[in-house]
Write a new protein. Structure first.
Length: 235
């Protein structure tokens, strides 16, 4: 029997953590609760979860700092991080996405939405079969090379550490060179969201991707913004 996906809940408020855990169990996930960063770190050192649900306001080390730390650690860098934020906390949300979160869930948590986002995050971690169907599909963009067999990206020959979502986003661009892709199209194709998505997810991930693959991220020459429309890959 295939084991249930392990979801690490990092949340200091027991009532909220319990509510989420009950909901996850009910939806076929295996929740693990950590009340602070230190406990969460022990869990990560022990067994890697499939998804991390990370609260922002935590005692001692903040969610923001934990996200940065886990993204920087080779062992945990590919695990999807969904941050838990209070509704309306725009600044936190953008900061969280810039720190490496894949998505966010607003509190109070809506059970159906939570499972949908977790399922989508799990789908993004699955290997993309190298496609040969698209004749225009690029594996080389300037000094950046996409190795589709290994799901690895190299810049000037050195491996670039991308999250699964960042990798999928780059592949989506590489499959449509020169084409304008709207934020809605990217949300649907990369995140798997038709109605759930927030275009800031796309903007934050494009920013992160540029930092990793562009020579001058502030003046991108690879993934360019098309005002009012979306983004386009130049090659
Ligand atoms: Ca909290």
């Amino acid at each position: 029997m295939r084991s249930l996906p392990r979801i690490l809940i990092v949340e200091d408020e027991p009532a909220i953590a319990e509510l989420i855990a009950v909901n996850l169990r009910h939806n076929g996930f295996q929740p693990i609760w950590a009340m602070d960063g230190e406990t969460a770190q022990k869990e990560l050192d022990d067994v890697l979860p499939d998804v991390i649900l990370l609260d922002w306001m935590l005692p001692k080390e903040s969610g923001l700092s934990l996200a940065k730390k886990w993204r920087g650690d080779k062992r945990s860098q590919a695990i999807p991080i969904l941050m838990l934020t209070a509704r309306g906390d725009e600044v936190d949300r953008v900061a969280g996405l810039d720190a490496g979160a894949d998505d966010y869930v607003t509190k109070p948590v809506v059970p159906k939405e939570l499972s949908a986002r977790i399922r989508a995050a799990l789908r993004r971690t699955q290997t993309i079969e190298p496609s040969i169907s698209n004749a225009k599909s690029l594996n080389k963009i300037g000094d950046v090379e996409i190795d589709r067999n290994l799901s690895v990206v190299r810049k000037n020959g050195s491996e670039v550490a991308l999250t699964k979502t960042e990798y999928r986003l780059l592949v989506e661009f590489a499959d449509h060179p020169g084409m304008v892709l709207s934020r809605d199209q990217l949300l649907e194709r990369v995140w798997g969201y038709e109605y759930l998505g927030d275009s800031r997810l796309v903007d934050a991930h494009v920013r992160r991707l540029r930092v990793k693959v562009e020579t001058q991220p502030e003046e991108p020459t690879m993934i360019v913004t098309v005002r009012g429309m979306g983004y386009r890959l130049l090659n």
